[in-house]
Design a protein around this ligand. Structure first.
Ligand code: ASP
Ligand code: MG
Length: 345
């Protein structure tokens, strides 16, 4: 692989388990600061469990169960605790003032949901997206405070990623998204802290990229920034050659082609989702899968033409699949047999 242009962007994405608490935020900041690239875009998920907790608020409000008030307060406590551990008091105040504005909006939405007895899709999208806003605003202040990176900007992906949901999932409107991002990007920007998961629809209403959508966000931003690489930071060492629960000596695969990664994902391996990779594959952007908790390990490289002498990369399986074998003279040339068979199944 040729070394990337020093002026090009590298996108780093950290999932929810990588930003679970204050120690995790510190670990992520140290990883970001140790990167050689001048221009980094850091895409974050919500803190671990927060998206589920937010969706639970809507479920409770729909059931007329007032416990959402206490649950919302618990989310505030959790973020306040992380902020207090990482930021000086004035910045904690500033962070919590923003948080409380969001919480007031959430309170109105949830009260309305309680009256309506149903939240609906737009409400779920809106409510579930706060987790990424809260994690990135916190990390943005924290990274600035540490003083190692320059020109750090917070990017709310709802202002630039325009996605329209269709039968195949969210479709990105590339020309408008690109125009919006480049309009809001300051020329000197060297570090972007970007919300994963959320976007806007063409009418400007908040939408999401679906559950676990932050990998897709990373790939979208890599495409929009013409990035040289994507690093997906997670809690495993890379893509494994087999399911470690069944094959104790499963190994980390050092390099895979996009096609091999897609095949493994299709057959159940815990690789990134094929749809996630599409914007990167289309632009030939290499993807690294790396461990936040062991950043010294090399991880797995997924690219168009990996250098590898391993003909077999991995083995994967899908559970509880039955193979039904039907035979007999009546099968051959008798119209309607297949129809009856599939009908019975
Ligand atoms: N926070 C979102 C979710 O839990 C998106 C993500 O983590 O990728 O689905
Ligand atoms: Mg997640």
């Amino acid at each position: 692989m040729s070394s990337p242009d020093p002026d090009s962007w590298v996108v780093h994405k950290f999932g929810g388990s990588s930003v679970a608490d204050a120690a995790c935020f510190a670990r992520v900041a140290a990883i970001v600061e140790s990167q050689p690239g001048r221009r980094l875009a850091v895409v974050l998920s919500a803190c671990k469990g927060v998206t589920d907790a937010l969706l639970q608020l809507v479920n409770s409000a729909e059931r007329q169960d007032e416990s959402w008030r206490a649950a919302l307060q618990a989310l505030r406590e959790r973020h306040a605790t992380i902020a207090a551990a990482l930021l000086p008091a004035a910045l904690v105040q500033e962070y919590l003032a923003e948080f409380d504005r969001d919480a007031a909006d959430l309170d109105s939405v949830l009260r309305t949901t309680q009256v309506m007895r149903t939240g609906g899709l737009h409400v779920r999208d809106r409510v579930s997206g706060y987790g990424e806003i809260w994690s990135t605003r916190l990390f943005w202040r924290y990274l600035q405070q540490r003083g190692q990176r320059r020109d750090i900007h917070w990017i709310d992906a709802r202002t630039c990623v325009i996605a329209e949901w269709g039968p195949l999932g969210p479709g990105i409107q590339w020309p408008v998204s690109s125009e919006r991002l480049h309009k809001l990007l300051p020329p000197a920007a060297a570090t972007l802290i970007v919300t994963g998961y959320i976007a806007s629809d063409p009418a400007g209403i908040q939408t999401t990229l679906g559950r676990n959508g932050s990998d897709f966000s990373a790939s979208i931003f890599a495409a929009l920034l013409s990035a040289a690489e994507i690093h997906i930071w997670t809690d495993v060492d890379g893509v494994l050659s087999a399911d470690p629960r069944r094959v104790p000596d499963a190994r980390v695969i050092s390099a895979l082609s996009y096609n091999e990664a897609m095949e493994l994902a299709y057959f159940g391996a815990k690789v990134i989702h094929p749809q996630t990779m599409a914007p990167a594959v289309g632009r030939d952007i290499p993807i690294w899968i790396r461990n936040t908790f062991a950043p010294e390990k090399p991880g797995t490289l997924i690219c168009a033409h990996p250098n590898s002498d391993q003909p077999v990369k991995g083995i994967t399986s899908i559970d509880e699949v039955a193979l039904v074998n039907i035979e007999g003279a009546g099968m051959i040339g008798v119209p309607g047999t297949a129809h009856r068979l599939f009908g019975a199944l």
